[in-house]
Design a binder for this molecule. Structure first.
Ligand code: NAP
Length: 458
């Protein structure tokens, strides 16, 4: 709505349609970011109805505009002495409740839209943990697949040579994400330390020898299963004997599978970007360990699992959502579960979905799960365990101490229980039905919004 002076009328006063039109207009060619804002706006508009301060201070409009987006060139030399150029980014979305915090993704699909959606989601997720962390995300359109160790090291060093000026232990603390694990964090931390001559907790997911935290690698997958357990408990059920379908075979997927097995469930599938493997006998701890080693050390493909374990079959180019199951955990990437696949899961009797990945279900799928009253936990609630333990790594670094594994396990469990409680508080729509999407969106929004109200217009 134009005011004749070239400025737009306060967008939250024009209703959700007008608000979303503005978001689309200001972010052309950024479908993932628009999708993430849309999913949150639907619940927030409902919640802020009649709450004048949130409207007047344009809180959602301000959270949906990143504080800053930094984009930079990353030049590096490959093993054949070719000079390669990639684009790196850091999106600092909101630091109302703490330093920016969120992972770095190295994947050829990385672009501004994907990182803005992830940084926006991260803002709500971090608030839900109860820890003092703002929201950010970054990465590069670099494909680590098939690269030698030396190439990975040179890329990470070049990436950090620019990134270092935008981050800091009290400013912005990146971590890993797709394509960025312990090895990459090590190379980047080494370069940061060299450039700045300071040893500080500027990255999380570090090795234990230089300031990392116990259980950080396990935390996202384990946390997603704890959240699933909490949802099942509201229906008087647990994981014993439940058949689980999981996508992905990276950090989140393998640790989610491990925890399901520990709690008495049966994991039927894992996948990667080339297809999925179905093991009717179920993945044991030994088989999961084989997958971990194969993917992270041998840098192999999930299809090889079916060659190693003859009872399993590989389904090239397919996703696992057609396999009959009781619970599903999408743990690979965004928009990997669409409306049709959500329908199939519901039809096949799947009662609960816990998202290890960020925004793996598309908008149509989310609507279908909510309509069917499936126990459906969005990523910002279910996969917050990883960033929560990253937050604990920051605390340990600041205090220059290391907590023991039992203490960290207890804290992770408490944090996941706390997130579940907060979802119940804002998401219980009727007796016996909790809308976890609504609960997570409102609880996350309220904490950030109330801090922003305290600061005035800055
Ligand atoms: P990862 O270790 O790199 O594993 C990613 C997995 O997803 C791999 O199996 C990969 O297969 C698959 N994948 C990637 N892109 C895909 C695509 N376009 N289609 C199908 N499969 C694809 O990454 P991760 O840390 O497990 O992260 C997985 C998800 O969890 C992401 O959405 C991430 O944002 C989210 N998450 C991670 C953490 C964390 O602590 N790591 C915390 C919160 C949320 P290939 O091997 O074929 O590439």
């Amino acid at each position: 709505m134009s005011r004749g002076d070239g400025t737009a009328a306060p967008s939250e006063h024009v209703g959700i349609e007008g608000f979303m039109e503005g978001v689309k207009r200001r972010n052309p060619g950024q479908p993932e970011f628009v999708q993430a804002v849309q999913e949150v706006a639907e619940d927030i508009f409902d919640f802020i109805e009649g709450k004048e301060e949130y409207h007047r201070w344009q809180i959602l409009r301000r959270i949906a505009e990143p504080d800053r987006v930094v984009s930079f060139r990353v030049s590096w030399e490959d093993d054949e002495h070719n000079i390669r150029v990639q684009r790196g980014y850091r999106v600092q979305n909101n630091n109302a409740i703490g330093p920016y915090k969120g992972g770095l993704r190295f994947h050829p699909s990385v672009n501004e839209s994907i990182l803005k959606f992830l940084a926006f989601e991260q803002t709500f997720k971090n608030a839900l943990t109860g820890l003092p962390m703002g929201g950010g995300k970054g990465g590069a359109n670099f494909n680590p697949k098939g690269k030698s160790d030396g190439e990975i090291m040179r890329f990470c060093q070049s990436f950090m040579t620019e990134l270092y000026r935008h981050i800091g232990a009290d400013v912005d603390v990146p971590a890993g994400d797709i394509g960025v694990g312990g090895r990459e964090i090590g190379y980047m931390f080494g370069q940061y330390k060299r450039i700045t001559n300071s040893f500080e907790g500027v990255l999380t997911g570090k090795g234990l020898e230089y300031g990392g935290s116990l259980i950080r690698p396990e935390a996202t997958g384990y946390g997603a299963v704890y959240f699933l357990e909490n949802m099942l408990k509201t229906k008087g059920q647990d994981l014993t004997g439940k058949r689980a379908v999981i996508s992905g075979s990276g950090n989140v997927a393998t640790h989610a599978a491990e925890k399901i097995v520990q709690l008495g469930g049966k994991v039927l599938t894992l996948s990667d970007s080339e297809g999925f493997v179905y093991d009717p006998d179920g993945f044991t701890q030994e088989k999961i360990d084989w997958v971990k080693t194969h993917k992270t050390r041998r840098r192999g493909r999930i299809s090889d699992y079916a060659k190693e374990y003859k009872t399993a079959t590989f389904h090239a180019g397919e996703r696992p959502w057609g396999v009959e199951c009781d619970v599903a955990l999408p743990c690979a990437t965004q928009n990997e579960l669409n409306g049709k696949e959500a329908e199939l899961l519901i039809k096949n009797g799947c009662i609960a979905v816990s998202e290890g990945a960020n925004m793996p279900t598309d908008l149509e799928g989310v609507h279908l799960f909510r309509k069917a009253k499936t126990l459906y936990a969005p990523g910002k609630a279910a996969n917050a365990g990883g960033v929560a333990v990253s937050g604990l790594e920051m605390s340990q670094n600041s205090a220059r101490i290391s907590w023991k594994v039992d203490e960290l396990q207890r804290l992770l469990r408490d944090i996941m229980d706390g997130i579940h409680e907060r979802c119940l508080e804002y998401g219980e729509r009727e007796k016996g039905y909790v809308d976890y999407v609504r609960g997570a969106n409102i609880a996350g929004f309220k904490k950030v919004a109330d801090a922003m109200l305290a600061f005035g217009v800055v």
